[in-house]
Design a protein around this ligand. Sequence first.
Ligand SMILES: *Cc1c(COP(=O)(O)O)cnc(C)c1O
Length: 352
Amino acid sequence: MRRLIRACYTGAGGYSYAKKAGDVAREHGFDRVARLASNENPRPPSPAALEAAIAALREGNRYPDERMSALVEALRRYHGDYRFVTGAGMDGVIETVIRTVVEPGERVAVSTPTFSFYGIAAAAHGAEVVDVPREEDFSVDPGKFVEGARGAKLAFLCTPNNPTGNSVPPEAVEDILDGMDGLLFLDNAYVDFADIDYRPLMRRYENLVIGRTMSKIFALAGFRVGYAFVPAWFEPYYNRAATPFALNSVSAAAAAGALADADRVRETRDHVREWRRRFTAEVPFRVYPTDANFVMIDVAPHTGDDVTERLAEKGVLVRSCTSFPGLGDHFIRVSIGEDWENIRFLEAMRDL
Ligand SMILES: *Cc1c(COP(=O)(O)O)cnc(C)c1O
């Protein structure tokens, strides 16, 4: 029956998931494991998010509001007067954007090394995926990016970038937007941890979509809520292409609650910035500059896989970067966790 499966799913590949904390704990005899592999917020969701979610559960017999009015209202209060579309995680938004603009066989450009899902989702849709490599220091040369994305209907650029942690300056993004003929999807999953604001670009460009997620600083990874800033002309087409009711009412309510809890966001940001500084100062390997809630570390002469395994033996879960195409085998990515997790990680790195 395997012959029935599409070729893009019968080979290797697909999304790489982090090891399960429970498996590592059992294997190496720990009560609790430092979970620094998935860039989550280590704190539970805001009480405001939980209360809103519980209230929404009681109306679970009804379909969600397809306009997501309460969530969009909360987004306007948080960001100002922009157009928004929503989805089941930013991953859901990415899939819908691809479906909205790309015909099978058309070209999609991806600035690499980066988050793998852009390429996976575009290929699954039958697109021709073109990698546009970053510079040696992982910065992006706008001229090269525009050249590499020539003929692409859609291009993906992640800033701050996963897994390298660095940002592309807004002026460079403007140069790209001025030069591109297609749509630019700017992935801002980690922008809340940076000092950069790309939102004003939405006022000046018709070919820009900015993706955001509630999974990172807002601590709702399990709820699966993503959204995007879109130009007004794009919104109705996105909604036509979207899966009906993809974002459920409980998650949408939680997201609106979390957006209203500004103190919680500020606390997380402060905690991340403090520990980012300490990781950079105290890890005895090369730590790349980061604007996100994680750091990328060059662990040469070890390999990322080796170090990840040895850290797991010490009860610390990190992400080996070997599955990020174009990056080489000697990098790990480590999220900022709770104090005890970060301390255990630093001690384990010193013992390595
Ligand atoms: C985590 C992440 C996302 C996806 O987030 P979800 O909303 O959980 O789907 C998107 N882009 C990047 C770069 C990420 O790291």
